[in-house]
Structures are given as C-alpha cells and as structure tokens.
Write a protein that binds this ligand. Structure first.
Ligand SMILES: [Ca+2]
Length: 180
C-alpha cells in the first residue's frame, strides 16, 4: 500500500513537472504582433518635476510624423499621445478626450508603456516621438526627429545624444520598441 502511494505521488509529481514545462514553453500565438512595448531611458531618475510625452502616428506613412512640440499634436488630433505627469499616466486618442492610462510603468530612469496595435488599426508602420517638458510646458528634450517602427520587425531603437539637456531627469538617452 505504502509503495503504491509513493508510486502515485511520483507519477503526479512527474506529471506536474511536465505540465509546468509545457506551460512555460507555450508560445503566446494569440497575441503575437499585437502589442507595441516602448521603453524610454533617461539619464537621471524619472522626476515629477517634468512631464514625459510619447506620440504615436498610426497613419502608415513614414513620411509624416509627430513634430517635437506636444502643442502641435493637440492641434492636429492625429496621434495617440501618452504622457506621464505628476505621477499619473494619461492617454489621448485622436479626437477623443484624455483618459487615465494604465499600461505604463516607471522604474528608476525608465518609463515603459504598452499599446495595443489593434486599437490603432494594425498599422504597418508607426511614427514615434518622445519629448520631455517642465511643468510649465517648456520643451526640455526630444528626439531630433520622429522615428518609424515597422510593425513586422520585433525590435527597433533610437539613441538621443547624451549632452543636449542639462537636467539629467529630463535628458532622453534611448528609446527601444518591441513588437510582441
Ligand atoms: Ca506617418
């Protein structure tokens, strides 16, 4: 009896381990290619003395994209705009009112956000600009020009020169975009 019990325990254990392996290796086919994950890295720790903006142009034309000034974006109403201001994330969709945004994370010198590509109409290319301002809306740092992310490429990155903004927390270093 004891022997049988041990055998069953071992079988159950083996089954659990196999199940665990299968679970861990399961590719997530359903959501493949439908999430854009943007990681922005700044020279200093993210600070609520500044506002951080991320603009996404989903029109599919890499010849057009967001300027370096968030005031223009608001006027054009063409872009998805995520911002981090006073410790909250906000999302403005084209032609809609700003809402709270929950797929963002701040950690040390990094701000990471996730957006559904499906929600943006599954564009083949997304044009992206990243900007920091002070609380009065004065521009601090930005990419020299927007960059285009082709959504069939799993990884795209952009460097920003390290010495163009003296406040480390507002000084953009690098942007990485993964398509998952
Ligand atoms: Ca465009």
């Amino acid at each position: 009896m004891t022997k049988n019990y041990s055998l069953w325990s071992m079988l159950v254990l083996v089954a659990l381990i196999l199940a665990g392996c299968a679970w861990g290796e399961q590719p997530d086919w359903d959501s493949e290619g439908d999430t854009l994950v943007l990681s922005s890295f700044w020279e200093g720790e993210i600070s609520s003395n500044f506002v951080y903006y991320f603009a996404f142009d989903p029109d599919g034309d890499p010849l057009t994209g967001p300027s370096t000034d968030p005031a223009d974006w608001e006027e054009s109403q063409k872009y998805y705009v995520v911002k981090w201001e006073r410790s909250n994330f906000y999302l403005q969709k084209p032609g809609e009112r700003e809402t709270f945004f929950y797929d963002g994370r701040v950690e040390g010198n990094e701000i990471r956000i996730e957006l559904s590509l499906e929600e943006m109409g599954n564009p083949g290319v997304v044009d992206i600009m990243v900007v920091s301002t002070d609380l009065g809306g004065n521009l601090k740092d930005y990419l020299e020009r927007y960059f285009s992310v082709y959504t069939d490429r799993p990884y795209t990155s952009r460097e920003d020169s390290l010495s163009d903004e003296e406040e480390p927390s507002a000084n953009l270093s690098r942007v990485e975009v993964e398509i998952r």
